[in-house]
Design a binder for this molecule. Structure first.
Ligand code: ISL
Ligand code: CA
Length: 536
């Protein structure tokens, strides 16, 4: 029987293979490298790994441009390596979910190569027209490129042509891909930009600064229909779950994708909390104000059926650099953010390196960045005549490469003996897994405590969420189940703050080794978990 609720108890660790561990010293992380670190992942206490794409790909967008869904990128290893990873993980009680990228393929996928011929049966696997409309790409510029006399749609890079989900053959092909991987024993999928795959019209869109044309593909009814079909015809026949990456959704649109009666996705990654420190779009960052993050998270906790909680991933700046303080209070703030992410209601997602408090990259020049999105935005900033200091500031704060620097295993890096594909942060000297494992007060050990508290207390899985205090950068909330409760007390600022009122109960976790609740002040970035029994 499919236990669809198991994923609610899961704790997911995202691995970006290219940057995790390089086993054959070519400077690129690989699947054998992941296998060599499975005991480290197991010791953390997680039970699911989300594996960013490892399929065959020319790496225009680091694997989010797939040229063959049925084979493994040789840079990452072989299908035997993949089978071994699934098996070795299973032996450690860890299931694997894969990244399902079905809005687009690579332009080097045989389907696209064939589709360039207007007479081919693959022509309608993609969206070809004899002239472009005014839609713009997530990576800036037109969402169309020309081959011969025709234009094809690509919401991302020109090497990522969009599939045509109006074509039933595409549905059939992708059902085959999903079955192939589920038959291998994976536990489901993280579904890439899944709420933009159905285009209801190709008319010109309303002119916008960001994503002209999105009204014709954002969360369309056709997309819901596709998700219900995939669920009914394939996913419901396996013990698996799905988490959608759903850009620009509000809480209602999130529920429309995940409510059980919708039979579409199990949960979704929202972005509203990832947009609290920007104006208009992510490249124009503003000063981070904790109260905005707290307000958005409280809203999603209260309005969304089941949350996929995250503060980091391979597209976002590192959480401690963005929402904490990666200088004076790096350890305290990383622990406070961990306590936030692991005690909110929903399934927590931890991004590789977040558990040891890795920070944004320390890139010094444009040529040290590898991300296509970063280079495209930099080129646009030149066209818009932004001064160099401002262009560098934009990418320093926002580039996705901030999260893609090699995992820091020891004081020398420990990722590879060869020069890595992307520069290792020099702070690996003191921020690394080796030090974290041996140091009882490390951020890593704080994560391990949090994860075991989650496993020992169903309150943190099934309990309610009650906000108690959300002002002045303090976030205090209560999780209640039957007659037990756990209160999370967070000071998300670098200033000492007066507690709004005193609490009673047993301190079960503190990032300042606090012994009692009599002191009425919270230290900078202080986090406390209080257990209460005999609740009404
Ligand atoms: O993070 C983002 C939203 O602000 C965008 O940078 C990101 O491109 C968007 O969320 C979609 O991301 C997903 O699809 C892209 C791929 O580049 C990203 O890595 C992936 O997470 C295209 O497949
Ligand atoms: Ca390698």
């Amino acid at each position: 029987m499919i236990n669809r609720e198991l994923w609610k108890k899961s704790i997911v660790y995202q691995i970006y293979t290219r940057s995790f561990m390089d086993s054959n010293h070519d400077g690129i992380g690989d699947i054998q490298g992941i296998i060599s670190k499975l005991d480290y992942v197991k010791d953390l206490g997680v039970n699911v790994i989300w594996l960013s794409p490892v399929y065959a790909s020319p790496n225009d967008d680091n694997g989010y441009d797939i040229s063959d869904y049925y084979s493994i990128n040789p840079e990452y290893g072989t299908m035997q390596d993949m089978d071994k990873l699934i098996d070795e993980a299973m032996k450690r009680g860890i299931r694997i979910i894969m990244d399902l990228v079905i809005n687009h393929t690579s332009d080097e996928h045989p389907w696209f190569i064939e589709s360039k011929n207007p007479k081919s049966i693959y022509r309608d696997y993609y969206i070809w027209r004899d002239k472009p409309n005014n839609w713009t790409s997530f990576f800036s510029g037109s969402a169309w490129d020309q081959i011969g006399d025709s234009y094809y749609l690509h919401l991302f890079s020109k090497k990522q042509p969009d599939l045509n989900w109006n074509n039933p053959n595409v549905m059939k092909e992708i059902q085959g891909v999903i079955k192939f991987w589920l038959d291998k024993g994976i536990y489901g999928f993280r579904c890439d930009v899944i709420n933009v795959i159905f285009k209801s019209s190709l008319d010109n869109g309303k002119k916008r600064l960001v994503l002209t044309g999105r009204e014709f593909y954002h969360s369309q009814e056709g997309c819901h229909e596709i998700l219900r079909t995939l669920r009914r015809e394939v996913l419901d026949h396996y013990d698996c779950f799905t988490v959608g990456e759903t850009v620009m959704v509000n809480t209602k649109e999130a529920n429309d994708l995940i409510l059980p009666e919708r039979n579409e996705l199990d949960m979704v990654f929202g972005f509203e909390h990832m947009e609290v420190d920007q104006i208009n779009n992510k490249w124009f960052k503003t000063k981070f104000r904790p109260k905005k993050l707290i307000k958005v998270l409280t809203k999603w906790q209260q309005e969304v059926y089941w949350n996929a909680n995250y503060l980091s991933n391979h597209d976002q700046p590192r959480s401690v650099s963005r929402f904490g303080d990666d200088q004076k209070y790096r350890i305290e703030s990383a622990k406070a953010l961990a306590t936030l992410n692991l005690t909110l209601k929903g399934t927590p997602y931890i991004y590789q390196g977040e558990e040891i408090g890795m920070t944004n990259g320390d890139f010094k020049s444009l040529d040290e960045y590898m991300d296509i999105e970063t280079h495209r935005i930099y080129a646009l900033a030149i066209k818009l005549k932004f001064p160099k200091w401002y262009r560098m500031k934009m990418i320093r704060k926002t580039s996705r490469d901030n999260a893609r620097t090699p995992m820091q295993w020891d004081e020398n890096g420990g990722f590879s003996k060869e020069k890595p594909w992307l520069k290792t942060n020099q702070n690996t000297k003191f921020i690394n897994a080796k030090e974290s494992v041996s140091n009882p007060d490390s951020i890593l050990n704080h994560y391990k405590s949090l994860i075991s508290i989650r496993k020992e207390n169903d309150i943190l899985v099934d309990g309610s969420f009650e906000p108690l205090y959300t002002k002045h950068g303090l976030f205090i909330f209560k999780r209640i189940l039957a007659n037990e409760a756990i209160i999370t007390i967070l000071n998300l600022t670098k200033k000492a703050k007066k507690m709004p009122y005193l609490f009673h109960g047993k301190i079960i976790l503190s990032n300042y080794k606090r012994e009692n609740l009599t002191n009425e002040y919270l230290m900078p970035y202080e986090s406390i978990l209080v257990y209460q029994e005999g609740q009404k």
